[in-house]
Design a protein around this ligand. Structure first.
Ligand code: BDR
Ligand code: CA
Length: 303
């Protein structure tokens, strides 16, 4: 089993990603850290606690992270994830509280004390991961890899060129890409192909357990106004750790624009090797959509 940290801002697709990770027999999720992004840190931390509580799984530490990006003010995605961050769904509060430790301290402790190298799934703005790298540069060799949802080779979803997670904290993202830690990157080029269609959501609806019911309700909220299927952005970063063959990658150099007047937060992905900048990420471009959808279905059904 891979030892895993999930750094997240739930978030509807984050919720699906968390369910997928927690039900996989390939992954041992030891820690979930939260970061401000889709909603404020209070809301996303409360969502993470409620989502894990709903699964009934015990023993996963949940630690609260960055309140705001390194430099910018927080920009949220209420439009897509609602006022709560997880659509209209109302989930019960559990007994578990957020950890006494901050996200960065909890990550550091887990990485230092783990016998095996640790994989990080980063599916929100990269503020916590950047803070970890800056504060503890000498433990990064124990990070097996970071599986990141963010960026795009072509076209953004928040500005014409910037994807949300990168746009929220470009300075943090640039620290992560410069760290030398192995990175698998799932940007919009692939996540827009990683969609669930209405029939997939109907199938999830028909499972009828409390997790699938909550997932269906969130997905129905997330579906509003969309016609080409629902992108399971964050689930890609988890699915890759479970079944890497689902994706096709091109090794690239990736930089994040932190100065551009019109391009702030854009990922510059040198897919065609037009520069001699060194390769620092494996960038996904294709996905087996059907298999990903099956995995999500099987995960929700297993509760
Ligand atoms: C990313 O932004 C967030 O709204 C989603 O949860 C995902 O992590 C997609 O651009
Ligand atoms: Ca997210």
């Amino acid at each position: 089993k891979k030892t895993v940290i999930i750094d997240t801002d739930p978030g509807i697709d984050d919720a699906i990603a968390i369910f997928l990770a927690l039900t996989s027999d390939k992954l041992d999720v030891k820690l979930i850290t939260t970061t401000a992004g889709n909603q404020t840190i209070e809301k996303v931390t409360s969502n993470a606690l409620k989502l894990v509580n709903l699964t009934g799984i015990k023993g996963i530490e949940i630690a609260k992270g960055a309140t705001k990006p390194l430099i910018k003010e927080l920009y949220t995605a209420e439009e897509f994830h609602g006022e709560s961050g997880i659509g209209g769904v109302i989930l019960p509060e559990g007994e578990q509280q957020a950890s006494e430790r901050t996200a960065v301290e909890a990550m550091k402790d887990l990485i230092v004390h783990s016998n095996e190298n640790v994989s990080i799934v980063a599916i929100g703005p990269l503020t916590n991961v950047a803070n970890l790298i800056t504060a503890y540069p000498n433990i990064t060799h124990k990070i097996e890899q970071i599986s990141i949802m963010g960026g795009a080779y072509e076209g953004g979803n928040t500005t014409p060129v910037a994807e949300f997670n990168m746009y929220v904290d470009p300075e943090a993202a640039q620290i992560v890409f410069k760290s030398g830690i192995p990175i698998a990157l799932f940007g919009l080029d692939v996540t827009y192909k990683a969609v669930l269609f209405n029939e997939d959501i109907e199938q999830i609806r028909s499972i009828g357990n409390r997790i699938s019911d909550a997932a269906a309700e969130m997905l129905e909220f997330y579906a509003k106004g969309r016609t080409n299927g629902l992108p399971m952005h964050d689930a890609c970063a988890v699915a890759y750790l479970i079944k890497p063959e689902l994706f096709t990658f091109i090794p690239c150099n990736v930089q994040v624009e932190t100065k551009g007047e019109f391009t702030y937060g854009q990922t510059i992905i040198d897919k065609k090797r037009l520069t001699d900048r060194p390769i620092n990420a494996n960038v996904a471009f294709e996905v087996d959509r059907e298999e990903l959808s099956n995995m999500i279905y099987a995960s929700l059904k297993s509760f």
